[in-house]
Design a protein around this ligand. Structure first.
Ligand SMILES: *Cc1c(COP(=O)(O)O)cnc(C)c1O
Length: 455
């Protein structure tokens, strides 16, 4: 009997709603607070920055939110994405037949990652509300690329403020954004007050995500035709990603399987939420299932951060949100998984960790690349550095099950391919890649800078 490798679904099996975990939480999310007054903020406070439809999703507690047909039409360009059984990796690891590894592959989107799942609806709702332009920031360039794609599909102007060091190091990401018609500038840029102020003080500034956020927010707040968009962390972003887990559940049914463990890497938390939230719902309904977040040891937000109110950005412009954080002044080492270098984690993911519904584990980058290389040499796909952390955890789980003689079904999210990250593979293969573990003293120093909020 030939065992199936790729589980594909027809177009009409794309989920018709996003799943909103806020409807099923054991306790509600703490309110988002105004950065100055520390009072809860409401939808009107966010209206200058985000389309109203997006804000209403941010605060919604409806369990299922229908996906508009115009968004479905774009999802059909690459969704449903395939689910694979990792037969060749399993064989390489010498796993018994009852230890099974499945992965959901989001690298088949035009931008090569899961990020278009939210870029597309965000662009659609902006267009619906008469917005002409969206401003955003990008670090490594994955989010900027996804929004550039979405902008081209909905005929919106996209302006991307890209952290200057990445802009210089990753010219192909910029070329990708420009191919889709977006404008991409190095941040700090001369185009905003925030950028000009920094350039006057330090003309050679290499930039930071915090600075780029300040520029994009200023751009959106000072122009009537422009809104801002974020690619992770916020509730509506996580919501949009739940198509991943809903599809995976259908595909696992085709394989007559249900996962014992679900694994995703966490930067801000959106791809992890996407694969896992539909399974969190099952767990809340009584199913035995472990859900594991894989983060880098160099940016250990969930494993070593604190659950507290903090700013979303270094510049202290954003509202305060309660989340697992390493402090808004935390600067992680320059690891290659650029998408995982964020000081905080999504409030929804943070709450799940507090409630003991998920676990977190920290992985060093060489261990992640060792797993990624083994994966590429067995399964063929070259993973992005970020999901390589999830692959490491999946392999470790499988090996432990094998040693313990336990049956185990493992599911992880392969949230992007690594074709724009080959310099990272170069560094690993040449032996020059370093491991970083963030020093305790620096974590403590950054946490000392948290805002004081009366609970
Ligand atoms: C952006 C990105 C991440 C990190 O963001 P999350 O919101 O945590 O998913 C991880 N992997 C890839 C491929 C990304 O593009």
């Amino acid at each position: 009997m030939v065992e199936q490798t790729r589980y594909t679904l027809p177009e009409d099996a794309i989920p018709t709603s996003w799943y909103n975990l806020a409807a099923d939480l054991p306790k509600p999310l703490p309110p988002v607070l105004h950065p100055g007054t520390h009072q809860p903020i409401g939808p009107d406070d966010l209206a200058p920055l985000f389309p109203m439809a997006v804000i209403m999703q941010e605060v919604s507690t409806e369990r299922f939110i229908p996906i508009p047909e115009e968004v479905m039409a774009v999802y059909r360009l690459w969704r449903p994405t395939p689910l694979y059984r990792a037969h060749r990796l399993e064989r390489e690891l010498g796993l018994p037949g009852d230890v099974r590894i499945f992965y959901k592959y989001e690298g088949v989107s035009p931008a090569g990652s899961h990020k278009p799942n939210t870029a597309v609806p965000q662009a659609y709702y902006a267009k619906q509300e008469g917005v002409k332009r969206i401003a955003t920031e990008t670090g490594a360039g994955q989010w900027g690329s996804a929004l550039a794609l979405a902008g081209s599909l909905f005929d919106l102007e996209i302006k991307v403020y890209m952290v200057r060091i990445s802009y210089a190091q990753k010219p192909y990401r910029r070329a990708l954004m420009e191919t889709w018609g977006a404008q991409c500038v190095a941040s700090p840029s001369p185009d905003t007050n925030a950028g000009r102020t920094i350039l006057e003080r330090d003309p050679d500034s290499t930039g930071s995500l915090g600075i780029a956020i300040s520029e994009a927010v200023e751009d959106a707040a000072t122009r009537d035709d422009t809104k801002y968009a974020l690619g992770s962390v916020l509730n509506h972003v996580l919501l949009h990603q739940t198509v991943i887990g809903q599809e995976a559940m259908q595909q696992l049914e085709m394989a007559d399987a249900f996962p014992d463990v679900v694994i995703g890497c966490v930067g801000g938390g959106s791809n992890f939420a996407g694969i896992s939230f539909p399974f969190v719902r099952e767990k809340l309904a009584g199913k035995a299932i472990r859900i594991v977040a894989a983060e880098p040891a160099a940016c250990p937000t969930l494993t070593r951060g604190t659950y507290a109110y903090d700013f979303g950005d270094t510049g202290q412009l954003t509202p305060l949100v309660k989340m697992h954080t390493l402090g808004h002044t935390f600067v992680p080492a320059g690891i290659h998984a650029g998408g995982l270098r964020y000081h905080g984690a999504a409030p929804l993911v943070s709450l799940l960790l507090e409630e003991g519904l998920i676990e977190a584990t920290a992985i060093k980058q060489r261990a992640a690349f060792e797993a990624a290389t083994l994966f590429a040499r067995t399964e063929g796909i070259v993973p992005a550095p970020e999901p390589s952390h999830a692959i490491r955890v999946a392999i470790d789980e499988a090996n432990r099950a094998k040693e313990a003689g336990e049956a185990k079904t493992i599911l992880f999210n392969l949230c992007g391919h690594g074709f724009f990250d080959l310099s990272a593979y170069d560094s690993y293969l040449s032996g020059s890649m370093q491991d970083y573990e963030h020093p305790k003293s620096e974590i403590e120093a950054a946490l000392a800078g948290l805002p004081t909020v009366a609970d």
